[in-house]
Unconditional design. Structure first.
Lengths: 405, 238
């Protein structure tokens, strides 16, 4: 019986052709938005938090920052220096303070020139171990930089991509950095962060010589004594800096950042995007549902005579109700299936475009079957819900009146 | 012999605003198994209302209607639909086929609502379409069939659940004389197989040529009842 009612409903939807497709438009858009948003959202969240997962929870970073007075560029940036490093070290909550340099250099190999990040690695073996650990780096080939490895570098996994320098880079390969030759002694494993994947590591001293950096520091990384005190230490460091530089609150020309702050900042942005797209999806589904309801009411009016015939030849009120509910449910179901396919297509499309723009990082969009199943059943449910009132109207029609129309 | 349909002092009133319109009043009809009955009357005589009541499509305002001995007032709308689907086959003036279903599916429809298995339904519907000589049109949609063919599909549909009674409302009204006759011949053939046939018509010749009992309706009441006995019509009740 029910299978017959399905075939009735399908025939009716086919009969109405274009009108059925137009009715489903709202559902397409809504479900496509939900599916692409969620598929992309989790991928994006993983990718973004991945960038930060290389920072440990017990680590603070101190950067210099524009003061914010006057138009951008008019304020001079105060560089961090050894004095600041000592200031950080002297804070009682800090266990270890390390200076790091992060610059952009030209890397030349096989006649191809590329601009890459270069990061310094401390000379001191204890500090070096901390940097390696907190960044979570490991070699895929060769070894990491050790004491006295001057003239040597370790490179990120992206360097192995033949498309970059049109020739494979291996351990032993020599790269020209800002005109000087350096030997690659290690290649890092592929990580979740695209900065790590395309970085060049060099010992601190080597880097200072190469780039002619005197008493200058780009970033101070501080490990705290007790990881539960991260926020407290961050606060006290801010106070130390303000006092040392004779600044008032609000005039900071530096920034003390905890890893949590960094992640939560990004997550906030992601949440806002989710909220906006989710809102659009909800409105679209609501409009889609109303569209189905409207279409079903029209259908009941148009088919009043048919309803009369069905009742005359023995259809109970319940039969008529079910026939119309199945029809509206099918509108939701088909709309949901097509919307889900569109949504997945959109997610993969956006991921590949964004991935390419972010330097080959994988946004990790996966086909989530629970999500697809959930979205499709939800739209089926919307279809049925929108059909309840029209179907009840159809079921309650009086046979004689219906036959007369 | 027992009555398949009996109307006892039945009336049907409609409210039109403040006014009450008496569409039918004091109607007594007894239809026996195997009868070929015509309900005759000009337009406005209450024929259609009568057909709705005889066909258990509607409840009366007053009086009692018995379908094979059962008072239909005691049944809910859905129960009545089930019984009606099983016991009465309908043929309408405008054929009333469902446009989205093929001839075969239209004939299967009444069986679907009785929960008959699909295989049985298909087989039966094919047999019935063969009976009305449309075996080569089973997959045609109503709009691909002529009026006469559509009415024959409707006859096949009316027979789907082997009903005792075939109720035909102006079955030839939308057909030319020739195709109309073919349709009536089918009804006569069914009557010979002991089916009870009731036709509602405004055409006295049609009634006189085929029926054996005629109820003459006028202004909502039965003016007279005539019966054909040995090829002559006698008034049996007035």
């Amino acid at each position: 019986m029910i299978s017959d009612y399905f075939s009735f409903a399908l025939k009716n939807l086919k009969y109405r052709g274009l009108r059925s497709w137009l009715t489903m438009l709202g559902i397409f858009i809504g479900i496509a938005a939900v599916v692409s948003l969620i598929s992309l959202g989790t991928g994006l969240q993983t990718a973004v938090t991945g960038q930060f997962s290389t920072l440990s929870v017990d680590t603070l970073t101190i950067n210099n920052q524009g003061t914010g007075f006057g138009p951008p560029g008019s304020t001079s940036v105060v560089k961090l220096n050894n004095h600041d490093l000592k200031l950080v070290e002297s804070n009682s909550g800090v266990k270890l303070a390390i200076s790091r340099l992060i610059r952009i250099v030209s890397v030349e190999f096989n006649g191809v020139r590329e601009f890459k990040y270069i990061g310094s690695v401390p000379e001191n073996s204890e500090e070096r171990k901390f940097v390696y650990d907190s960044l979570g780096v490991n070699v895929q080939e060769g070894r990491l930089l050790e004491n006295g490895d001057y003239g040597k570098i370790v490179v990120g996994n992206d360097f192995t991509d033949e498309n970059v320098f049109e020739k494979e880079i291996r351990v032993g390969t020599k790269l020209k950095i800002n005109g000087k030759d350096y030997e690659v002694i290690g290649i890092l494993e592929k990580g979740s962060s695209f900065t790590i994947n395309s970085v060049v590591f060099m010992l601190d001293g080597d880097m200072k010589n190469l780039l002619d950096i005197g008493d200058e520091i780009d970033m101070i990384v501080a490990q705290v004594e007790n990881k539960n005190d991260v926020e407290k230490v961050a606060k006290s460091l801010e106070e130390d800096f303000l006092k040392d530089r004779n600044l008032k609150v609000g005039e900071e020309d530096f920034a003390v950042q905890t890893p949590l702050q960094a992640i939560s900042g990004v997550n906030n942005v992601l949440n806002i995007i989710n909220l906006i797209v989710g809102g659009i999806a909800a409105i679209s589904l609501l409009v889609g549902g109303i569209g189905i309801m409207n279409s079903m009411y029209t259908s009941v009016l148009e088919r009043t005579g048919e309803i009369g015939i069905m009742k005359a030849v023995g259809a109970k009120n319940g039969d008529v109700l079910i026939i119309f509910l199945i029809e509206s449910g099918l509108l939701g179901l088909v709309g949901g299936i097509i919307g889900a396919i569109l949504g997945l297509g959109m997610a993969f499309g956006v991921a590949s475009i964004a991935g390419a723009a972010l330097g080959g990082i994988d946004l990790g969009v996966k086909i989530s079957y629970p999500l697809l199943f959930g979205a499709i059943s939800f739209s089926f449910f919307i279809g049925i819900l929108s059909g309840v009132l029209p179907a009840m109207q159809a079921a309650k029609l009086n046979v004689v009146d219906a036959l007369r129309s | 012999m027992s009555n398949v349909i009996e109307l006892k002092n039945v009336a049907k009133y409609y409210e039109m605003g403040e006014e009450i319109v008496k569409a039918l009043d004091k109607i007594n009809i007894k239809i026996k198994k195997g009868d070929f009955v015509a309900i005759m009357g000009p337009s406005g005589s209450g024929k259609s209302t009568g057909m709705n009541l005889i066909g258990s499509l509607d409840y009366s305002t007053k009086g009692e209607i018995y379908l094979e001995g059962e008072n239909i007032e005691d049944l809910t709308e859905s129960e009545l639909a089930q019984i009606r689907g099983k016991k009465i086959g309908f043929i309408f003036q405008s054929f009333n086929l469902i446009p989205t279903l093929t001839a075969l599916e239209n004939v299967m429809l009444p069986m679907t609502f009785q929960g008959v298995e699909k295989e049985e339904r298909v087989e039966k519907a094919k047999k019935l379409l063969k009976l009305v000589e449309l075996e080569d049109r089973i997959n045609h949609y109503p709009n691909q069939l002529s009026g006469g063919q559509q009415q024959r599909v409707a006859i096949a549909r009316s027979l789907a659940n082997d009903p005792e009674i075939i109720l035909a409302d102006e079955p030839t009204g939308n057909l030319d004389t020739k195709t109309g006759e073919i349709v009536i011949e089918f009804l006569e053939k069914l009557n010979k197989e002991n089916k009870t046939i009731i036709i509602i018509t405004h055409d006295p010749d049609l009634a006189k040529n085929h029926a054996n009992i005629i109820y003459w309706l006028k202004d909502g009441t039965i003016e007279k009842v005539t019966q054909k006995i040995k090829n002559s019509w006698k008034v049996i009740n007035s």
